[in-house]
Design a protein around this ligand. Sequence first.
Ligand code: AMP
Length: 368
Amino acid sequence: MAELFNQYRIGIIGGGQLGRMMVLAAKYMGYRATILDPTLDCPAVQVADEHIVGDYDDPKAIKHLTECSDVLTYEFENVDAAVLAPYEDRLPQGTKALIVAQDRINEKNFFEDLNIPIAPWAEIHCGGCLNANLTEIGYPCVLKTARGGYDGKGQVVLKSDEDKAAALELINDYDGTLVLEGWVPFVKEISVVISRNKRGACSIQPVAENIHKNNILHLTIAPARVAQNVQDEAKKLATQIVEGLDYAGTLAIEMFLKEDGSLVINEMAPRPHNSGHFSIEGTQNSQFDTHVRGIMNLAMPEVVANGQSVMLNLLGDELAQAQVRSIDEPTWHVHDYGKAEAKPGRKMGHLTIVTNDVEKTLEKLGEF
Ligand code: AMP
């Protein structure tokens, strides 16, 4: 007799909301989940079987997690690849995806090797270097730290010579290499969330259309309101990327859509992604289901949408407001990540509505 799935243990590095939603998917299938995270009562620990309190980069803590897990997975990309390298055979996502995603220079080289379209770019080490490359790339452009930036942090947009002072300040304050990127005049930002198993089979979520506020994802509409050929091309590029990494599990790719219908890749995240949260109710296999299926090397489903979805991120006090409103809104799926303190700008939860009238739903959400 084959072993029941409840005999398999998944070790998750990171205990945030992505880890929490991974556990919820893993648990209904029967798997056991252990979280490695330094914080007591973090979102994933509230729903997991076990918690190892420790740092993600602590080799001892990772070894301990490995000893109580059959398969390892990470829920964020800033884990030290060198610490995970000895356990590569138990890490279906692999360390290559970490090395590529942690550093914009590695990421750009990886995309270029695959002939994936990206914005013109240059490595920046100093002020002189910035001046030389500004001539080449031209305004507008954006300077980004190669490592450690997220949600627009560690970035300066340059529209004219007037913005050079802020760019020089970033170069001086940051201990490392930066990249200067040409500005992509996009009409829409979209993302593709794709999952793969080690046998090479993929599940791809409907392409998502993303609207940001203050550089943080605000709203996702899926399927994206873009032409079918754009959706097909976006999915093709995403498939090339997971194959190039020999990746298993869920990975997201953010892209810019230009007026002429062409796509430019912005960046990737080797994990489930905020822009894929709609899939929990909006499709028959969520990005967390297909993450678990991918890392456990199960067959991958063709993802079918349940309709159109609108997903709204709930930051700070917005979670409490949405919960109050949801008392009289039977179709609102309000997700609460279980964080104790609602700091301004902190991702506290999200709301998904599956609809057959996106415009009307957006109108209703207008007050958020
Ligand atoms: P990132 O941290 O690279 O995802 O950048 C955050 C946001 O800044 C993106 O979602 C875009 O809205 C914008 N952005 C970043 N880079 C570019 C670019 N090269 N061209 C146009 N918009 C950009």
